[in-house]
Design a protein around this ligand. Structure first.
Ligand SMILES: Cc1cc2nc3c(=O)[nH]c(=O)nc-3n(C[C@H](O)[C@H](O)[C@H](O)COP(=O)(O)OP(=O)(O)OC[C@H]3O[C@@H](n4cnc5c(N)ncnc54)[C@H](O)[C@@H]3O)c2cc1C
Length: 447
């Protein structure tokens, strides 16, 4: 379907292309909802011929609505949502619109480090890195992408792997919203599903934040890679800030889970906890449900983030400022442990990561509160920028707060590859980026 600005169904398609209830105030000239690969090729060739720049939408979960730009073409590939599994080869071909891949595979005893939310599209998720279930075991999900099928700026379908168009594959593993082609399929490696899943939870009043975060600093060096330790600071039922510690373990037996989660039961702060769930059998659906509750559909969102290896004592002043200024539940700060002994990283565009991931999510319902809350995440992250070693593209906010998302060398290489595959800039790139030390200061661009 091809919709022009002014057509009756245009506005519904524009709003429907963005998962965030806060649709950006940007209006593409044309929206194409591709049903087939041929539709994608035609749309790219038409856009090139008529001088329209292209924004691409798979699952529409970019918090910033990066794919919705002013003018040009919005190419919606969410209907390309195939999941073709080759069980004997332990591989799958995944369409960019495929959602909840880990959940779909779990039914078949298979596994992929898919995102924590059932609804995120494979397209944007895999291109930006992909921080999913058992991400510390398998690395960012883009490491499990062996090849991609891409429609390039000249409207050609290209298969990129380690041997052919290897630069395109290199770029697709981490370029995120700066990728310059339409990925119509990802060829991914699959894994055996963890045979046993357990979850655990601690809930604390925020008053004990110093003790909780320094305990966390103490235990993280010993954590099994199958444990995903996260802390959420949000307003509890009373309206006061509280800290939820969650630690799912995706392992192979109850014994392994007990060993991996022993640190919860032996936490020296249990007496100060408001709730203690030391180790409870769970399913992947349970884990998805827990995450889903934090991100109500239709709400208005703003997000920002940072990587850091700063100790709790350095982070706490910023965390306290976040707690004091929290918008209503489920707005939250998420602290996530990503460090440890990572599996070796291949050469890929993805190149910025650190021990700890901090993200701030503002969530509200009333458009009248936009002015009040929309800048909260970036203000909080800006205040802690001196402790940051970069950002994740998953929760990027580059249009409002440019930050480092890729190493300097990789950014140069990415630019050079883009120049080769998309010399006329047919595909929109990042909404903002830091200038290289050698470049003059640039302004973030919202279009
Ligand atoms: C509720 C929620 C939960 C999330 N949970 C996680 C999580 O657990 N782990 C994690 O890592 N991230 C998570 N994210 C972040 C999410 O992975 C990124 O926002 C990702 O970009 C979303 O992908 P998408 O296809 O749904 O988004 P889209 O908005 O459709 O795409 C984002 C950008 O990617 C590019 N793009 C998308 N598809 C293509 C394509 N086919 N070809 C070329 N370029 C393309 C475009 O530039 C587009 O603007 C979450 C986001 C939300 C809203």
């Amino acid at each position: 379907m091809r919709l022009k600005r002014g057509d009756a169904a245009y506005e519904q398609a524009r709003r429907g292309a963005v998962w965030n209830g806060r649709t950006p105030d940007r209006f593409p000239d044309v929206i194409v909802q591709a049903e087939t690969l041929a539709d994608v090729v035609t749309a790219v060739r038409d856009a090139a011929a008529s001088g329209m720049r292209i924004g691409i939408r798979s699952g529409g979960h970019s918090w910033a609505g990066n794919h919705v730009r002013e003018g040009g073409l919005l190419l919606d590939v969410s209907r390309l949502d195939q999941l073709e599994i080759d069980r004997s080869a332990m591989t799958a071909v995944v369409g960019p619109g495929c959602r909840g891949i880990a959940g779909k595979l779990a039914e078949r005893g298979l596994f992929f480090p898919g995102g924590h939310d059932l609804d995120v599209g494979a397209g944007g998720y895999l291109l930006q890195g992909g921080f999913g279930w058992n991400g510390r075991v398998h690395g960012p999900a883009c490491m499990s992408v062996d090849a991609i099928d891409v429609v390039t700026a000249d409207g050609e379908l290209v298969h990129a792997d380690e041997h052919n168009h290897s630069d395109l594959l290199w770029a697709a593993r981490g370029a995120g919203p700066g990728f310059f082609g339409v990925v119509v399929a990802f060829h991914v490696r699959l894994y055996r599903a963890p045979a046993y899943i357990a979850s655990s939870l601690l809930r604390f009043p925020f008053e004990v934040a110093d003790e909780v975060f320094s305990w966390v600093d103490d235990v993280t060096p010993t954590l099994a890679r199958e444990v995903e330790l996260s802390l959420f600071v949000h307003r509890g039922e009373s309206g006061d800030p509280e800290i939820i510690v969650t630690a799912p373990a995706l392992v192979n037996s109850a014994e392994e889970a007990a060993e991996a989660l022993a640190f919860i039961a032996s936490c020296p702060l249990l007496e100060k906890a408001l709730e203690v769930v030391p180790n409870q059998p769970a399913s992947l659906s349970d884990l998805y449900a827990g995450v889903g509750g934090l991100y109500p559909t239709g709400a208005r969102y703003a997000a920002d983030n940072m990587w850091t290896h700063a100790p709790a004592s350095d982070l706490l002043p910023g965390i306290r400022a976040i707690a004091e200024s929290l918008p209503p539940f489920p707005s939250a700060m998420m602290w996530n442990h990503w460090g440890g002994e990572w599996p070796p990283r291949p050469s890929m565009a993805f190149s910025v990561e650190d021990k700890t991931y901090l993200a701030v999510y503002g969530v509200w319902e009333d458009p009248a509160d936009d002015a009040r809350y929309a800048s909260w995440p970036e203000e909080r992250m800006q205040a802690m920028a001196h402790l940051s070693t970069g950002i994740q593209l998953a929760d990027e906010n580059l249009g409002r707060r440019p930050a480092r998302f890729i190493s300097e060398d990789n950014l140069h290489r990415l630019d050079a590859i883009r120049e080769r595959y998309d010399p006329k800039g047919l595909f929109h790139s990042y909404m903002g980026r830091l200038p290289s030390p050698s470049e003059p200061l640039g302004q973030p661009s919202g279009t």
